[in-house]
Ligand binder design. Structure first.
Ligand code: 5MM
Length: 342
């Protein structure tokens, strides 16, 4: 696949008014999400839930791509249609999470490194044959007393860059996701400092590994105070600090930036994205969403594991997709949130 082809896919992922739905929860994460609604995680309950998300009417209006998990990309609907086909038919690109999770980093207490490079070239070929057009690899950075260490930032940046290079070689657009967690009690300023250092280290590694910047999408956290921090920043402050950090650390050549929600409430994640896109300045890249929890949470709660609730849950999903689609254009308001919900 040529650079132009990769660029076309990458740009389509961040097309105006559209973003990505992340449904690539690994087995332990989906188990945790299902526990929240009192449902056992089995291959069939996971399939039924993902079918609800994948077949949700109207998603194609606001969703450019969905990130699937290894099990999900091989699953089929109740009628027997493979999930990637259902997505493609709606004009939604199938994507695939290809990392194999964050593991403890040797010699670095409290820090993690994401693994999964072994055999990746062969897995990418197989995923492409299953219909994937893009991939995702997530590195996890924890903020603490004396962490993250330089060793942790470099240990995570290197495989992210090697993954991205392999994806481009095999004709898949890499979504490069370094996530600085928002679980601690750190201030927004500390999040800024660590996010900037993380992004600089990732883009250095991408340069060294000869990754074509035009053919990738960055998925990152917003610059935000930790959940336990007593002083939570305003929406305007998050928008200002996040865009300033990105301008300082992210080359303008990349196709676009999508945010993860990281545990923010559904409405707040939308409000933050909207504030960035409503700013008077023009950003060098499209700013969009690749939310997991902030898109799925209301639908998951309504569904509760009961088939009878599928349609109502899909309406809730459509609502969040629409609100976030509008936020990519800076056209979301609280009034609209209520109006659309009604
Ligand atoms: C959907 O969650 C994804 C999978 O996470 P695990 O590998 O830990 O199960 C995750 O990578 C997700 O794509 C991002 O963290 C964004 O999701 P949120 O919920 O933070 O928007």
């Amino acid at each position: 696949m040529s650079t132009q082809d990769l660029q076309a896919i990458a740009r389509a992922l961040v097309a105006p008014g559209k973003g990505i739905l992340a449904i690539d929860e690994s087995l332990p994460t989906i188990k945790k999400r299902f526990e929240g609604i009192g449902l056992e995680s089995t291959e069939e309950t996971r399939r039924a839930y993902r079918e609800l998300l994948i077949t949700s009417p109207g998603s194609g209006e606001f969703i450019s791509g969905m990130i699937l998990f290894d099990e999900t990309i091989r699953q089929v609907t109740t009628q027997g249609t493979p999930f990637p086909w259902v997505l493609s038919k709606q004009g939604i690109m199938p994507g695939i999470k290809v990392d194999q999770g964050a593991k403890p980093l040797a010699g670095h207490p409290g820090e993690k490194v994401t693994e999964g490079l072994d055999g990746l070239r062969e897995r990418l070929i197989a995923y492409r044959q299953l219909g994937a057009q893009f991939a995702k690899w997530r590195a996890v950075i924890t903020i603490g007393e004396a962490i993250p260490s330089r060793g942790c930032l470099e240990a995570n940046a290197q495989p992210l860059a090697r993954y991205a290079a392999l994806c481009q070689e095999e004709g898949l657009v890499p979504i490069v996701e370094p996530e600085v967690l928002m679980d601690g009690d750190n201030t927004i300023d500390r999040c800024y400092e660590i996010t900037e250092a993380t992004l600089r280290s990732v883009f250095n590694a991408l340069y060294v590994q000869r990754v074509v910047l035009e053919g990738l999408v960055l998925k990152t956290n917003m610059v935000i105070a930790g959940k336990q921090c007593l002083r939570q920043a305003s929406v305007a402050e998050v928008a200002e600090q996040t865009t300033r950090c990105l301008r300082n650390a992210v080359p303008s050549a990349i196709a676009g930036i999508v945010f993860l929600s990281g545990g923010q409430s559904a409405e707040l994640a939308t409000a933050h994205l909207n504030a960035m896109n409503a700013m008077a300045v023009t950003h060098p890249w499209p700013l969009s969403f690749s939310y997991g929890r902030a898109l799925q949470a209301p639908a998951l709660k309504i569904w509760g594991g009961h088939h009878a609730n599928v349609k109502k849950a899909q309406k809730a999903l459509y609502h969040r997709e629409k609100c976030n689609g509008l936020a990519t254009l800076g056209r979301y308001t609280e009034a609209l949130e209520k109006e659309l919900a009604a």
